[in-house]
Design a protein around this ligand. Structure first.
Ligand code: SME
Length: 162
């Protein structure tokens, strides 16, 4: 079943038109996307600390994970934080720098959420992280959708930073 990502994006936008707290909006988004996309088996956010190169687990939908703090450079999430680029792993069993959450996970995509700085540059405020139980689960349509989503959530992700 092909996903209509344009329609799905519109549903996501509605969440951010509400006046709810950032954490609540992001949680609603996680729940929605885990439900609507069958191969998004774990959908969550990692939030970058302000004064330390470390990611902290934010809102998520799916099984609880032991990886509640991830230093920049560690695992797929930490590597994506270092490069500030989307990191797609089609087969996690072939990855040498990977933090396993569940043996069911076969592929993963991490998309950095960027925020403008007062100096005019950009920095990683956090990340969207998705695990799939299917190998090769993600394609370019997911990437386009998730990049749009990263812009949509940027303010809320930034608001959760400590
Ligand atoms: N697999 C990730 C860790 C986070 S979990 O997927 C929720 C990684 O290698 O960074």
């Amino acid at each position: 079943m092909a996903i209509d990502f344009e329609l799905l994006y519109k549903e996501c936008e509605l969440i951010f038109k509400s006046k709810k707290e950032s954490a609540e909006q992001l949680q609603e988004l996680c729940d929605l996307l885990k439900k609507k996309v069958p191969y998004y088996n774990w959908f969550g956010f990692y939030i970058a600390e302000k004064n330390r190169p470390e990611l902290i687990l934010g809102p998520f939908a799916g099984e609880p994970t032991e990886h509640v703090r991830i230093p920049f450079g560690a695992g797929i999430c930490g590597q994506a934080a270092n490069t500030a680029k989307t990191f797609l792993v089609n087969d996690v069993s072939k990855s040498t720098n990977y933090l396993a959450c569940s043996i069911k996970v076969k592929s993963e995509i991490v998309v950095p959420v960027m925020i403008g700085t007062s100096g005019g540059g950009t920095e990683v405020a956090g990340e969207i992280d998705i695990d799939s139980h299917d190998k090769d689960a993600f394609n370019s349509a997911d990437e386009v959708f998730l990049n749009k989503l990263a812009l949509l959530v940027a303010q809320d992700v930034n608001a959760l930073r400590v």
